[in-house]
Design a protein around this ligand. Structure first.
Ligand SMILES: [Zn+2]
Length: 324
């Protein structure tokens, strides 16, 4: 079942677990992630960065939608780090049910302005999917009923929007260093930002970085800051769910703590790809192998071991039942 991010994360937030957002960019990875997710009966977010979308092409989204429609678990198709209005519109037209607009490197007011524009466009976009029928509670009155009468009988509400506030660190894997210019998210700024923009979900900076940490580097998450941001939003009457980027390589116990204390979505990209391609390098040592169906299954299994670990760690295993 294909749903939008707001619906998906609300349940996670209320039940104190987090849902993994796996970045995938080929068909084997899509099937691998869906298979392990269904096996563990976990909700899942399939995430694609604009650079990955350029690589696989928007037609691939049709396959993802079909896989989600036939799935036993709730699925969101999410654009990771949309860099422009045009990135976001491309994703909405292709059928994503959630988009991120990342203007976190811009000044606060500019970040607000672009998020407002994206929220208006995304919330106006009705995304036809496989959810229920015209008795759906999201059809609020006769006008909505009329509007949907001649369309497909099944739809999810609008497209969700993720904004980002603060600066997540970035790892220079060549130099083996971490860019220490992390600008931590302040609770009062989060309230101001969400109130002004209407974003459905918010990526916050509490001490993670994108990429894989150099050997010996121990990152530290600020769980107290996370709790304060979550509490400030709820006190202000905002139901925005929180997102953690750069979750690859942080200590397991800290990530599990974050999932219990207000983070509802955790992005995982480097960790699963690392497992996939490490195994592929091994498999390709055998010069006689050239068929994808011979080379890929072992690599997918290696990727699934990591994905399964994340699903369990975030407390998401078995949680698809909460959506029935
Ligand atoms: Zn990110």
């Amino acid at each position: 079942m294909l749903v939008n991010m707001k619906e998906l994360l609300k349940v996670a937030d209320e039940n104190h677990f987090a849902i993994p957002a796996f970045n995938i960019s080929n068909h084997a990875m899509l099937n691998g992630v869906m298979d392990i997710t269904e096996k563990l009966n976990a909700p899942v977010i399939l995430e694609i960065h604009p650079n990955e979308l350029k690589h696989i092409g928007t037609d691939f989204i049709e396959s993802m939608k079909a896989r989600a429609a036939h799935s036993t678990v709730p699925v969101v198709i999410h654009l990771d780090h949309g860099a422009s209005f045009s990135n976001v519109m491309t994703a909405i037209r292709a059928g994503f049910t959630s988009v991120m607009i990342d203007a976190s490197s811009k000044p606060f007011e500019e970040n607000i302005a672009i998020c407002q524009k994206v929220v208006e466009a995304a919330h106006s976009a009705i995304n036809f999917t496989t959810v229920e029928d015209l008795e759906d509670p999201r059809v609020k009155g006769d006008a909505d009923r009329e509007e949907f009468r001649f369309g497909p009988a099944h739809f999810a509400g609008n497209v969700s929007v993720e904004g980002e506030l603060g600066t997540i660190g970035s790892i220079n894997e060549v130099a083996g260093s971490v860019d220490d210019k992390i600008v931590y998210t302040e609770p009062e700024d989060a309230v101001k930002f969400v109130s002004a923009t209407g974003v459905d979900t918010l990526a916050i900076a509490i001490g993670t970085s994108h990429g894989l940490y150099p050997k010996g580097y121990v990152p530290k998450l600020q769980i107290e800051r996370l709790k304060a941001i979550h509490a400030a939003l709820r006190e202000a009457g905002l139901d925005t769910c929180l997102v953690l980027h750069g979750g690859s390589g942080n200590p397991d116990d800290e990530i599990a703590e974050a999932a219990k204390n207000g983070v509802a979505k955790i992005n995982i990209s480097s960790d699963i790809k690392d497992a996939y391609y490490k195994k592929m390098r091994e498999v390709l040592q055998d010069m006689g192998k050239r068929e994808p169906m011979v080379i890929e299954p072992e690599c997918i299994r290696a990727m699934q071991v990591v994905a399964a670990h994340k699903i369990e760690l975030f407390g998401a295993a078995g949680k698809a039942d909460l959506y029935k």
